[in-house]
Write a protein that binds this ligand. Structure first.
Ligand SMILES: NC(=O)c1ccc[n+]([C@@H]2O[C@H](COP(=O)([O-])OP(=O)(O)OC[C@H]3O[C@@H](n4cnc5c(N)ncnc54)[C@H](OP(=O)(O)O)[C@@H]3O)[C@@H](O)[C@H]2O)c1
Length: 403
């Protein structure tokens, strides 16, 4: 649909003279067609861009120059997000991460609305009872269902994509299901977000996606690649996609601690290999990383937190100091050590405020945010065994008892 300048003025509530001025100042971004009679006709995209310009100049007090940079960066903001104006969709909102994210957002940041998107009505019902907050809205839906996602994303500013099948053995045994949820689901999120004019999307990745040895990791690697390259599909809509990547989350559903606690009752704990190491992150830190990613993203980055490592045997000792520990051998699809950044990605990684940021390698990409970040030495990689920070048995005991 095409609009006359007067119609645009009415729609966005700005005088025609201002629209003419903005058109001159932002000529690369607003380009109405001309009729044979020389009259200008504005497209939906022009309308969308002019609305963003108005928002930046009038609501966010940006200068024309700053607004130009923001338009050039797609939808990335430099600096803080005003959460109170944001409508957020969290896929997998009833999971360990999703619930914690909602708790922190509601307590601290007070967003306009958070939409929870997941399949199981019981988990949503229980969450509704537990949270009782009217800012939270519950959408039943599957990430495999593009139409439903599009509906759920109407009017959404930010999407956090946390829905996934994440149990390694379940993904091995049901490979097509893992592909449908973790890969096709990712593709659907990208298409729905672009079509719905979402500004920013952050997808949750995992250390298992780095040099994957199991199907879960392989599907998450595909998902990461799909999100990073989703930026090239966004075109004029300007939707921006980035990932955050971290390792084991303390106390999340299906983590090793509940298993150790169960085994403790029988007096014997099984570990696969005494040398095994893992990264370790709390849910608070995972949520903070997502918030940092959202504030700093230009699109195409993978944000990785600088977190400690631990030895699995130390964790077993911390959970059950009096138990026998039996070594049962490494399982198929399991690694001795996990990696968050490979040497290849390390070349394109910078260190910034408690994070590593793996930057994309698009030809047109230029770093505009996190300008003070430092480059890493040649050969840098980040693995759970070459980490400089470690959790001792005592540290682990303290963290476990607090969770
Ligand atoms: N936990 C960790 O240690 C860890 C570490 C690194 C990265 N991550 C990543 O972090 C994300 C969140 O993990 P989590 O620990 O919060 O997982 P979780 O507790 O298992 O929660 C998964 C969520 O996804 C939803 N879900 C699953 N399949 C879905 C589908 N097809 N459509 C819509 N929703 C679906 C689930 O609800 P329904 O079953 O009701 O649909 C649930 O709300 C995942 O992407 C995971 O790969 C986790």
């Amino acid at each position: 649909m095409n609009y006359r300048i007067q119609e645009v003025g009415k729609k966005i509530d700005v005088p025609v003279s201002t629209i003419r001025y903005w058109q001159k100042e932002f000529s690369e971004y607003v380009s109405p067609l001309k009729t044979d009679g020389g009259q200008r006709r504005y497209s939906e995209q022009d309308l969308f861009t002019l609305t963003r310009i108005k928002e930046m100049l009038y609501l966010n007090n940006k200068t024309i120059e700053q607004a130009r940079i923001l338009l050039c960066n797609g939808n990335s903001d430099i600096g803080k997000i005003d959460w109170t104006t944001q409508t957020i969709l969290v896929t997998g909102g009833t999971g360990s991460f999703g619930k914690h994210f909602c708790r922190i957002m509601n307590d601290k940041y007070k967003p306009k609305v958070i939409r929870i998107y997941s399949r199981d009505e019981l988990k949503q019902h229980e969450m509704r009872q537990e949270f009782g907050d009217e800012r939270l809205r519950y959408f039943l839906g599957d990430v495999r269902d593009l139409e439903r996602l599009k509906r759920a994303m109407v009017g959404v500013d930010i999407v956090i994509h946390a829905a996934a099948l994440k149990q390694v053995p379940a993904c091995e045994y049901n490979p097509f299901e893992a592909v449908k949820t973790n890969i096709i689901g990712a593709q659907n999120i990208i298409n729905a977000a672009i079509d719905s004019g979402v500004k920013k999307v952050v997808a949750l990745s995992t250390d298992k996606a780095v040099n994957p040895v199991n199907l879960y990791g392989a599907t998450k690697l595909c998902s990461d690649k799909i999100f990073i390259n989703g930026n090239s599909y966004a075109g004029e809509k300007g939707t921006r996609f980035s990932c955050v990547r971290y390792g084991n989350v303390i106390g999340s559903r299906g983590s090793v601690i509940p298993l150790f606690r169960e085994q403790q009752k029988k007096g014997e704990i099984t570990i696969t290999d005494e040398r095994m190491t893992r990264f370790w992150i709390s849910l608070d830190e995972a949520v903070n990383l997502v918030m940092d990613g959202l504030s700093h993203m230009q699109g195409g980055e993978i944000f990785v937190p600088r977190i400690p490592s631990m030895k699995i045997i130390d964790l077993a000792r911390a959970v059950a100091p009096d138990c026998r520990i039996k070594t049962i051998g490494i399982r198929p699809g399991e690694k001795l050590h996990e990696a968050l950044i490979t040497v290849e990605d390390g070349r394109n990684t910078v260190k910034y405020n408690g994070m590593y940021i793996v930057m994309p390698q698009y030809e047109w990409w230029e770093r505009k945010n996190y300008i003070n970040a430092t480059k890493l030495p040649e050969g840098f990689s980040y693995t759970s065994d070459n980490n400089k920070e470690w959790m001792s048995v005592d540290d682990l005991r303290m963290v476990i008892s607090a969770n």
